[in-house]
Design a protein around this ligand. Structure first.
Ligand code: GTB
Length: 215
């Protein structure tokens, strides 16, 4: 059955792979599934046709036969449950991998999103220079904890899983901030994720659509 996902017609990041369709592409590449990409503009995302797929008018979405999904975490979990490669077979290890998926999205990503808000949406406010260090310190506190747990392991819980896929994707958003570089083991962890052939294919595919010279 054909899988179709949606992505930005032109990502605001110009192909750095930070829009969330990259996470879905990566999961599909890890599990060896071909997929189509339907590109949508910001205006189209808010139109009835797209809202039927995504109630909040965002990307990515996922369609497979009569199944339509939104929310990247749910999409990646669905993909991981269909094919081998992203979740362990053993029940407890599988539950721990899913726990890391939630940790990435619910515990580590929120302060990182707050940084984007502080820089992009609030950067011009008179109080932003006071708020920014607080936001950065909240990220550092989470990264200290994550770094301590990872230690010198390659992945968060033995073998690479959908939990690592989401955690690496979340941490990638920090690269330009310089905070990630304060944590050598997390920097190496992200590099290991990026070096995976499936990530490379996902990144190249989104870059082909989003690079300034594309289309
Ligand atoms: N919780 C949802 C999920 O995980 O799927 C959040 C989805 C979401 O935020 N989608 C964004 C979107 O559609 C794109 S990924 N935004 C348009 C809108 O809300 O109108 C977020 C994103 C956008 C741009 C960059 N960038 O340019 O660097 C990075 C990440």
């Amino acid at each position: 059955m054909t899988i179709a996902i949606t992505a930005f017609e032109r990502s605001p990041d110009g192909g750095k792979g930070l829009a969330r369709d990259t996470r879905v592409r990566w999961a599909l590449e890890e599990t060896g599934q071909p997929y189509e990409v339907h590109l949508v503009s910001f205006a189209e995302m808010k139109e009835r046709r797209h809202l039927a797929l995504h109630p909040f008018g965002q990307i990515p979405t996922y369609e497979e036969g009569d199944l339509a999904l939104f929310e990247t975490g749910a999409i990646v979990l669905h993909i991981a449950e269909q094919r081998a490669g992203l979740l362990p077979e053993v029940r407890n290890a599988r539950a721990r991998a899913i726990t890391w998926m939630f940790a990435a999205l619910n515990t580590v990503e929120p302060p990182i999103l707050d940084l984007q808000t502080a820089i992009i949406a609030e950067g011009g406010r008179p109080w932003s220079h006071e708020r920014l260090p607080l936001v950065m310190d909240r990220i550092r506190a989470r990264l200290h904890q994550l770094s301590a747990r990872l230690g010198d392991a390659d992945w968060l819980d033995d073998a690479f899983s959908a939990g690592d896929l989401l955690m690496v994707s979340v941490l990638l958003r920090l690269r330009t901030s310089g905070i990630l570089a304060e944590f050598p083991n997390l920097t190496a962890y992200v590099a290991r994720g990026e070096a995976r052939p499936a990530y490379q294919r996902a990144f190249a595919a989104q870059l082909a659509m989003n690079a300034p010279s594309a289309g």
